[in-house]
Design a protein around this ligand. Structure first.
Ligand code: 6PG
Length: 242
């Protein structure tokens, strides 16, 4: 695991953008493509906008990049809560990508059907080989969830490399999420976490005692891939060992 700490939000976004350029170029020159699972929420929006900006958009052969989603809110793609809509506005439309490069989660189906259909899409994409994404981007909730692996939900104990529906009792909403085993197959996993508000959660995940029910992001341990954290000084404020 590599912990990359940056002075502020802009620096951490640039640091992660540079990392993505590096591994995407490597993957495209080796395999002719780069598969990325995007994270949702607020933190990555500026990263996606940066990657689609004039300073980065010519650094990657975007026509060889395939975009998936690590998780999705169970809402229509037109809903302001949709991770797909956020990514569409921030990077997918600005880069004028072919729809064939984009694999949204179909939230017009029932939650379970959407999860099954996405598991199928992923297995078809990897053509029967192990579904190993080149990069899975993750955020971290202040309650230590990642993707939609929330505290005290059954999906935390799912041992299959797949996509599952999860019902959040407190919010009375469904989410669709990659399971930890699927994320842990990735060649690279990168957490993007910035701001003081995340400092306690970062401490729980990186150095606290193991308790996956309370701190689900502790489940993220790539089998053979590398795990990198991209943090600002605010997010590491509670780390005892810096
Ligand atoms: C989502 C994300 C989720 C997110 C964390 C952090 O769909 O919300 O995938 O896991 O990464 O909730 O969200 P913020 O970046 O908005 O704090």
């Amino acid at each position: 695991m590599k912990i990359n700490v940056f002075k502020n939000e802009d620096e951490v976004l640039r640091g992660l953008a540079n990392f993505i350029v590096e591994i995407a170029s490597e993957s495209i020159s080796t395999n002719g493509q780069f598969s990325i699972a995007l994270s949702g929420g607020n933190s990555p929006k500026k990263l996606y906008e940066l990657l689609a900006s004039p300073s980065y958009k010519n650094k990657i052969e975007w026509n060889k990049v395939h975009f998936f989603f690590g998780d999705e809110r169970y809402v229509p793609h037109t809903d302001s809560q949709s991770n797909y809509l956020m990514a569409k506005k921030a990077i997918l439309e600005p880069l004028e990508l072919s729809y064939k490069q984009i694999f949204p989660i179909d939230t017009s189906l029932s939650p379970d059907e959407a999860a099954k259909a996405y598991t199928n899409d992923i297995n078809l994409y990897f053509a029967g080989t192990e579904p190993r994404f080149d990069l899975v981007l993750l955020g971290l909730g202040d309650n230590s969830h990642t993707a939609s692996l929330f505290p005290h939900t059954p999906v935390l104990h799912d041992k299959t490399a797949s996509v599952k529906a999860v019902f959040l009792e407190d919010q009375k909403v469904f989410r669709i999420t990659m399971t930890a085993p699927l994320i842990n197959l990735a060649h690279h996993v990168a957490f993007l976490v910035y701001g003081e508000g995340k400092a306690v959660a970062v401490h729980h995940i990186i150095e606290d005692k193991t308790d996956i029910e309370e701190y689900p992001a502790q489940l993220i341990k790539p089998q053979s891939g590398d795990l990198q954290w991209f943090l600002d000084t605010g997010a590491v404020a509670q780390l005892k060992r810096k």
